[in-house]
Design a protein around this ligand. Structure first.
Ligand code: GLN
Ligand code: ZN
Length: 761
């Protein structure tokens, strides 16, 4: 009986890779230093899995930035603007594509399926010349082998790679990405041949797009691709790995008939219907990699339940063909529970991070083989029972209030145009009002103050004094820059979700439960383990303090219920919507308290609304309905004169525009600068709706400083589609990852551009 892990987190248990990357980018350390940290991390991960008894250990799931970008490098598909002249792609070109450089912006980044991980979107056109330009997969395989670990090299599958790409500029409408299949397969063949020559006996292709609603043309591409690769793959065991949802019946049929494939991996945590497909039509003689251990969450597996599922599957595919696996890469969960020294012991007993999931996978495999570790299984059963019955999980009053929300509607009484008129009387803003999205740069000094306060090394008074000073600095700076609607800069917040989680009941938080978001950026999702309520106001003190420092409007800054939900590890013992309604009620109390404290503009960030959208179309309407309802619950009780903003990070809005409008916010700011003209249709809808719209005028993910002309040009493009009286001018997201040396000139140019255009309108 065998065990397998789909993929493993790269950052390291204490974010070692993050610090090494950032120090390298800041030119504080050398490429060799970075390579050394990376190699040490890979070594320890491989040894850990080997030590735990995992049979199929992945390699090439490490990445300096992103596995899709690694594939772009492997294929030599570097967009011409990065000036690559051939040869093996090094850090220079690689990080320029990822992050931009002084003269060229970064490639577009977007969310990986419905996770909070972002990948770098390949840009492909008819002229790309593919060549084998990064030997990383082979190098890593050999590296593990030299350590005595024979791994399963993992590649992003050729069809998913193309389906996740976007057509290069100029050919957006006309170009079929799948037409490139014949051109990339020769590179895949070279890689496969080298892996074989190096001794690999298994290979894993991640083809997660198979869980999407694909038409027959796209499904055909899988058949074509693997037929073409068949002869090169011969002699290897080939695993096609899918994850994140149920696999549609059509895709399952395609998969089952692929040439040269010996094994299939399925997510059996989210894919509950996949189980039925396996039962009725799993192809004879193939391996089933059964993803029963959840890679997307932090809950300990219900081992008894998994074992019974596995027993059933064993009856279908045969004892020697069943492999116990994770539902997806463990990239999307926290790294190691062992570093959680501050977590409550009872809650801790309910959890398993990546390192613990490896042990669970192996324990299940051993149990199937008749070597059940009784002590391990009974400790697990006891923890499951304690979670079910613990009084800290249930709050009757909250359950009742949330249940009462279902089926009812919550909306502001007046329509948006009338509200905006009422608000303008109070706020008296110029046309093209300027604002920012919330956070200002988080300096080392600021982080130190927060850390020391948390560790009780400085007193509450000193902490408040320091944060007040910081807010005052940020307020003064915005006044100097002549920004119209100010923010307090969020200096008291580590993270926009953790900050709220820490103050709500029903949430627990970790010290090292980091998950990669993009590049070196990690988030530390809170754990929602119980019913949610708000014991005390969370932001009123800081927002009203900030408002007292200026005569200009100060935005109150909240994280909305859907984002709190989507960026947390959510309990798996009740439906997501129930948890979301509970958070909505807590945020509603906060909104109303801010209003009472004299805050007239309140931004409720729903950065993660889109990413909670189920992957399968059949499930989307239900999600959007409760998600948007939750948002409206938070602010349906405010006066007309209170202006509700919402902010959303980059995502494909086109298909959810009606839901965004249905949120009924007064002003919507959205990330835009990386997504080119795609959002135009969204803006047009916005015009009809009448709310204010602030599509980001520059990219905050890059250190590059945009010029006044460039910003003015961008605003002009927006004005071609949008009425001038609804357009807001703002960066495309919060500024906390930037430096003041970047933020000051960028905002200065942004305000100058707005002023310039005001004189022309
Ligand atoms: N208000 C948040 C900030 O500025 C929004 C961040 C986000 O959308 N991711 O940091
Ligand atoms: Zn954002």
């Amino acid at each position: 009986m065998a065990s397998h892990i789909v993929g493993y987190p790269r950052m390291g248990p204490k974010r070692e890779l993050k610090f090494a990357l950032e120090s390298f980018w800041d030119k504080k350390s050398s490429a060799e230093d970075l390579e050394k940290v990376a190699a040490d991390l890979r070594t320890s991960i491989w040894k850990q899995m080997a030590g735990a008894g995992i049979k199929y250990i992945p390699s090439n799931t490490f990445s300096y930035y992103d596995q899709v970008l690694d594939t772009t490098a492997m294929l030599g598909a570097v967009p011409p603007r990065y000036g690559w002249n051939g040869g093996e792609i090094g850090f220079d070109i690689y990080f320029s594509m990822a992050r931009g450089n002084a003269s060229v912006p970064a490639m577009e980044m977007t969310k990986w399926f419905d996770t909070n991980y972002h990948f770098i979107v390949p840009e492909l056109g008819p002229d790309v010349h593919f060549s084998y330009a990064s030997h990383k997969a082979v190098t890593e395989y050999k590296e593990a082998k030299a350590l005595g670990v024979d791994t399963v090299p993992v590649l992003v599958g050729p069809v998913s790679y193309l389906l996740l790409s976007k057509p290069a500029k100029g050919v957006e409408k006309t170009f079929s990405l799948l037409s490139l299949l014949g051109k990339i397969l020769p590179v895949y063949k070279e890689v496969i041949s080298e892996l074989k020559a190096a001794g690999a006996s298994w290979i894993q292709f991640d083809e997660p797009t198979l869980v999407m609603d694909l038409d027959s043309h796209k499904l055909q591409a899988f058949t074509d691709a693997y037929s073409e690769l068949e002869s090169t793959l011969s002699g290897l065991n080939v695993l096609i790995e899918t994850y994140f949802a149920d696999i549609p019946a059509e895709a399952f049929k395609t998969l089952a008939s692929l040439k040269g494939v010996t094994a299939y991996g399925f997510d059996l945590v989210r894919g509950t219907k996949t189980l039925d497909l396996i039962k009725s039509e799993f192809p004879k003689g193939k391996y089933l990699f059964a993803g029963v251990v959840d890679g997307r969450n932090i809950w300990a597996n219900d081992l008894a339940a998994s074992l019974s599922t596995l027993h059933e599957l064993e009856g279908i595919v045969g004892k020697d063909k069943l492999v116990v696996s994770t539902s997806c890469s463990l990239l999307h969960t926290a790294v190691d529970l062992i570093n959680e020294t501050k977590l409550d012991e009872e809650i801790k007993s309910w959890l398993a991070f990546a390192a613990q999931k490896i042990v669970e996978v192996n324990a299940l495999a051993k149990a199937l083989a008749g070597e059940k570790d009784e002590a391990f299984f009974s400790a697990n059963a006891a923890a499951q029972a304690s979670r079910k019955s613990s009084p800290r999980v249930t709050n009757e009053a909250v359950q009742k209030a949330a249940a009462a929300l279902r089926g009812s509607d919550h909306r502001r009484a007046t329509n948006v145009s009338a509200r905006l008129d009422a608000q303008q009387k109070k706020l008296n803003l110029p046309i093209l009002p300027t604002t920012t999205i919330g956070s200002f740069p988080q300096t080392i000094e600021l982080r130190r103050v927060r850390r020391e306060y948390k560790a009780k090394k400085i007193s509450e008074d000193d902490y408040i004094k320091a944060i007040k000073e910081e807010i005052n600095k940020v307020v003064k700076l915005q006044e100097e820059l002549d920004i119209d609607v100010l923010v307090h800069g969020e200096p008291e917040r580590n993270d926009m979700v953790e900050y709220f989680g820490e103050q709500l009941s029903g949430f627990a938080f970790t010290v090292n439960g980091w998950v990669q978001s993009y590049g070196s950026r990690c988030v530390k999702p809170p754990i929602i383990y119980g019913d949610v309520s708000r014991p005390n106001p969370m932001t009123v003190f800081w927002s009203s303090t900030a408002q007292s420092m200026t005569a200009r409007p100060m935005k109150g800054m909240l994280t909305g219920p859907v984002t709190n939900l989507n960026w947390s590890f959510v309990r798996n013992d009740q439906p997501r919507f129930e948890t979301c309604y509970q958070i909505a009620l807590a945020i509603k109390d906060e909104v109303e308290d801010l209003e009472k404290a004299g805050i007239n503009v309140i931004q409720i960030d729903e950065a993660a609304l889109r990413e909670g959208l189920p992957l399968r179309k059949s499930e989307q309407a239900f999600y959007l309905d409760w998600a948007v309802h939750s948002f409206r619950i938070t602010n349906c009780g405010v006066q007309d004169t209170t202006q509700i903003h919402t902010h959303m990070c980059y995502s494909n809005f086109n298909d959810i525009i009606h839901s965004i409008i249905d949120m009924d916010a007064d002003v919507i700011t959205i990330e835009n600068s990386r997504s080119d003209e795609k959002l135009l249709s969204v803006f047009r809808e916005g015009v009809k709706y009448g709310a204010g719209i602030g599509p980001g005028v520059y990219d905050i993910h890059s250190p590059r400083i945009p010029s006044t002309e460039e910003i003015a040009d961008r605003i002009n493009k927006m004005l071609a589609v949008l009425e001038k009286n609804i357009l807001w001018v703002n960066p495309d997201c919060g500024l906390k990852t930037r430096k003041y040396s970047e933020v000051k000139p960028a905002l200065n140019n942004m305000v100058a551009a707005a002023k310039l255009l005001r004189t022309q309108l």
